[in-house]
Design a protein around this ligand. Sequence first.
Ligand code: 4NP
Length: 146
Amino acid sequence: MICLGNICRSPLAEGLMRSKLNFTKFTVDSAGTSGGHKGEAPDKRSIAVARKYGLDISQQRSRKLLQEDFDKFDYLYVMDGSNYNDVTSMARNEEERNKVIKILDEAFPGENLDVPDPYYGGSQGFENVYRMLDRATDVIAKKLDS
Ligand code: 4NP
């Protein structure tokens, strides 16, 4: 699960995805393209909305996306078009490029939707992000774990 800072959107996506997949069969992680918040806990507004729906994401720590993540993971889900451009530009071949998927394409195919960056807005933006990611991770979990 990948966003820019790995403190707002992708920690929520990681928490949701982890809660819906069998941990003995899947490895779920998140990262940011920028690395600007490396080592930080998720934004307190992300922690709060997750907690409201029964998920504890407070122990996650931000890290920067690495080249080796293309080797480790089958799917690299990104939040928006800017993440998509940044991550596909790190891909070394077509197979790696094909691992990169805009996460809302799973729930809303063909609509090319972004999970909006909630960083500069209020708590409603985090609620909105949570709901979008809940829908998307439901679809992904059914697809992968069936
Ligand atoms: P995220 O949100 O990419 O969802 O973690 C952001 C967090 C921090 C910044 C931008 C977006 N920032 O500019 O510091």
